[in-house]
Design a protein. Sequence first.
Length: 322
Amino acid sequence: MPAEPRKPRQKPAPRVRAAAPTPLRQEDVREDLGEVPATSVSPRRSPRPAHDPSKRGRHQEAPGKPERLHKALAQSGLGSRREMEALIIDGRVNVNGETASVGQLVSPGDRVKVNGRLVQVKFSNRLPRVILYHKPEGEIVSRDDPEHRPSVFNALPRMAGGRWVAVGRLDFNTSGLLLFTTSGELANRLMHPRYNLVREYAVRVLGEISDESKKRLLEGIELEDGPAQFASFEDAGGQGVNHWYRVSLFEGRNREVRRMFESVGAVVSRLMRVRYGPFPLPPGLRRGQVRELDPAEVEKLLADFDLGELTPERPQRRSPRR
């Protein structure tokens, strides 16, 4: 009988090497154990991700639905709604190559320019973000500084499709609590005089303040830009030539606290803001760190300042079929 032909020999399937497991970072382990609070982010100490050369994490905004132009511009951190309406009336806002009109709707993908500059429009498909930042001395609250000094904005989390708006300012040599939000309308409310938000400071001076000087500062003194007075003035103790005081006031003019102490002959050697309105400086928040408010805190803040319309509607749950 003729021999049967041999079957061709099949090559074995190539072995696929399993990917090596991603090593756990020490920061992740510490956070899981509760040693590092999840809401506190230290942009300076966090490791740099491979895809982002900066020290700040990115936050991607989800697409939004059509909204009134002045509202969308205010949410993008360019100012209050009234200010945005004024820009539109003056013909300084352009949408898709045409001059905008009051009440006009804009949608994701529209090209919006303000004063000839293209802007990223933020839609209210999600809650505004709010963060507390412990500003150290030696940082300026500005994006444009001719002297190129360190800016607080370099330490904040990065975003795509939005920008941080500072709620008030602190001097270059003043530390303490700073608030930032992605909503220009919310920032405007937090700074508006009619809400009468208190600003509280810890002040260190050389020597002690006399009772007569305390009385003058509480009753009111005259500065070059108008009258000023403290709402409260408390002795906080001290050692040697340095003495601490806790003071509060309801406005935030440029270098106002320092100028008030200088008006009674006192030299301020250190100044730190410890409260802004309903927010005290968190005791565990170190210099250069940020803490972001959770959604429930943001919703309460919006309600307190009559901005409930900035809270996105939640989709209604469908009842299960029977």
